[in-house]
Design a protein. Sequence first.
Length: 347
Amino acid sequence: MSEQHPVGVIGAGSFGTAVANLLAENNAVYLYSRRQDYVAEMQNTRMSAGQKLHEQVIPTHDIAHVARQCYVLFPIVSSDGFKDTIRTMAPFLRPDHILIHGTKGLALKKKGLEKLKEKSRIAGKNVLTMSQLIRRESVVVRIGCLAGPNLAREIASGFPAATVIASRFDEVIQEGHRLLTSHRFQVYGSHDIVGVELAGVLKNILAIGSGAVSGLGLGENARALFITKGWAEIIKLSEVLGADVKSFLGLAGIGDIIATCSSPASRNYSVGYRLAKGEKIADIRASMDEVAEGINTIRIANGLANFHGIHCPIIKTLYQGIFEDLNVETGIEYLMRSRKSMDVEFL
């Protein structure tokens, strides 16, 4: 084992396991799962989420021990369980901890959740990124996120890839770079943590739409049109939340869009594809082992567009297709009839 400080990964899903194995090339790694039975299974089989665990990965159910032993932690759990996870960790976290999350989702303040349920409207001030949620729920200050074209299946297979570590603190970026960089994984830095988080989150909307276009067999021209115009919509929404447009031009933006909007390995792409084939969203969700973050993200993005008066026909149509049973083919036909004369409007 490495003599350096061990690193903690919180969450043993497909991406958390892939990150743990990457980190284990340079360090000892604690891989935490809240399920004690699953930890026992990992210990016995040396497998997690279909991936063989590196010899330096130590499965554990003891979050207090992980927090005591590690000063760098990577929370990588679904967004719907992220708040509870941070609250579970909070009593054991110290101001000197570094947290670099890998969760591509958004959270709502209580008032925002009420407004979204009542009127499908939500103000930007009531939306939290995962880094903002960590700051709100813990004493940790040095916070970062990782985002980019990081399909877990490809990373697990040893294919080359890269990511962005975003943080307001150079130390966080440097630590992320030191811990993750290897011959097959490159790490880049950014100080626009909000922009990088939002790029990673909102691109899942486009992945669902891209899958629907493919499922309908409409061809690559239509898919390119859909992605390009949808990209403009998510940039407009992100500006409301304080993002820098430049973050959408890098790995967390266009890089991640290329990967997730064209790969059947993307859970969000698969959701759109199956919707286009006539499956119901409830059945799709029930059949998935892990959360497709784009479903809830579409709901929040639609609420933001409604509140702030931003014209987002692609997001609106996807919202109606998922939550109001709009026929997918009818929705795509509506989008093709949409008339806007100018091309690039967001720069």
